[in-house]
Design a protein around this ligand. Structure first.
Ligand code: AMP
Ligand code: GLY
Length: 425
């Protein structure tokens, strides 16, 4: 069968790499793709905001399944339009994507279905939001309701900071995303990411991971899209995973179906493991990037039947096998990221780095040009390795990083630190 993947990041390279290994695959396309995806799929210059154009392409190329990587096309209703045209899609409808697109929407579901999460208030004006902050005290968390590229969350250590954050958001710092504000209880604990598939009725646990959001070693500096990840998250025991399925994922799937938005795709739950058990921080309606890179590396089963089953509503009866090894990925980014950075610098040594170490390098912002590999984005490469332990996978990934020749790029030197410390203890 022919498959079209939408997106251009490391996540989509990992998805294409995994899909390309399926015996079921005929032609694999990716729009727009990147310099690494071009090795496993045909990259397309297709405007994914032009839904009619995507539908035309799918019909003329007999696409049996469209896999949507990023959230923006989902929030824009690409899945709805493709399905209305009779196409199969992995990725939720616009209604389903509200789980990521509106924090208030998700919090209201949690309240209605008893899903454990931070206590909260949802506000459309500053006066009421400030009164809530004054009543609750600090520390407290202030969030813009909508998509704010990961920047719309302010952890306020004092009431004054929280009040200022409310003014910043209602002042328009995040545009329409800040038309509403969610104020919530500050939760203490360790964070973990949990992934589960859903076909609208049935859910199936995937795996866990831990991300590194801050740009600098020791979790310092500004937040990024993610500077590295590993899977599984050691804190997530089998018992905790089962608890997350019954207390968080399954009620969410039920809620979405009850609301008329049966959810087809992946639930990406950001969790805080508190002393009272796992609590939901937020949902994303897509795979994480770079979490997807470590998930796909560890998955032993064929991904294609699983994605198709989600799209068709036939997930019941499926199971997934995972490799015993852990996987870890180190993100290489252009110097200056997440601020300003140069584009068009040349990266050398990618083949040597993977051949010399067994590491697998997923591309994000890259482009092939006359036999040269050029950096075109902020996050550029995902150097991914496996091992019996996180310590071993980490050593292998950094050995591969050393073999890369890209003076204009950098990475964190401590990806996996939390798990490595646990393994040493
Ligand atoms: P988000 O953009 O919603 O993923 O939030 C960014 C980060 O803020 C999360 O990964 C957490 O580290 C932190 N965070 C968000 N909400 C809370 C909360 N209620 N309590 C503590 N930390 C939080
Ligand atoms: N790595 C975090 C995310 O994809 O949202």
């Amino acid at each position: 069968m022919n498959i079209l993947v939408i997106g251009s990041g490391g996540r989509e390279h990992a998805l294409c790499w995994k899909i390309a290994q399926s015996p079921l695959i005929g032609s694999l396309y990716c729009a727009p793709g990147n310099g690494g995806i071009a090795d496993v799929a045909t990259c397309l210059d297709l405007d994914v905001t032009d839904h009619a154009g995507v539908i035309d392409f799918c019909k003329s190329h007999e696409i049996a399944l469209v896999v949507v990587g990023p959230e923006a096309p989902l929030v824009a209703g690409l899945a709805d339009d493709l399905e209305a045209a009779g196409l199969m899609v992995f990725g939720p409808s616009k209604g389903g994507a509200q789980l990521e697109g509106s924090k208030g929407f998700t919090k209201d579901i949690c309240a209605k279905y008893g899903i454990p999460t931070a206590a909260y208030g949802r506000f459309a004006d500053a006066v009421a939001a400030k009164a809530y902050v004054e009543a609750q005290g600090a520390p407290i968390v202030v969030k813009a309701d909508g998509l704010a590229a990961g920047k719309g969350v302010i952890i306020a250590h004092t009431v004054a900071e929280a009040l200022e954050a409310i003014d910043t958001i209602f002042g328009g710092a995040f545009g329409d995303a800040g038309a509403e504000v969610v104020v919530e209880e500050f939760m203490e604990g360790e964070e973990a990411s949990f992934f589960a598939l859903s076909d609208g009725k049935t859910t199936l646990a995937l795996a866990t991971a831990q991300d590194h959001k801050a740009v600098g070693d020791g979790d310092t500096g500004p937040n990024t899209g993610g500077m590295g990840a590993y899977s599984p998250a050691p804190i997530m025991t089998d018992a905790l995973c089962a608890q997350v399925m019954t207390e968080i994922i399954e009620p969410t799937a039920r809620a979405m179906a009850d609301m008329g938005h049966p959810y087809k795709g992946v639930f990406f739950a950001g969790l805080m493991i508190t002393k009272d058990g796992p609590k939901l921080i937020e949902y994303n309606c897509r795979f994480g990037d770079p979490e997807c890179q470590v998930l796909m590396t560890r998955m032993d089963s064929d991904l294609v039947p699983l994605l198709l089953a989600c799209a068709k509503g036939e997930l019941a009866g499926h199971s997934i096998n995972w490799k015993d090894d852990v996987a870890l990925t180190v993100v290489m980014a252009a110097n200056g990221y997440p601020g300003n950075y140069k584009k068009g610098t040349e990266i050398k040594g990618v083949d040597r780095a993977s051949e010399g170490t067994g590491a697998n390098i997923f591309h994000a912002g890259t482009r092939q040009s006359d036999g040269r590999l050029l950096a075109t984005g902020g996050r550029v490469l995902n150097v991914t390795a496996t091992g019996k332990t996180v310590t071993e996978a980490q050593a292998k990934a950094y050995a591969a990083v050393k073999l890369l020749d890209w003076p204009e790029g950098f990475c964190r030197s401590d990806i996996g630190w939390r798990a490595v410390a646990r393994e040493k203890a």
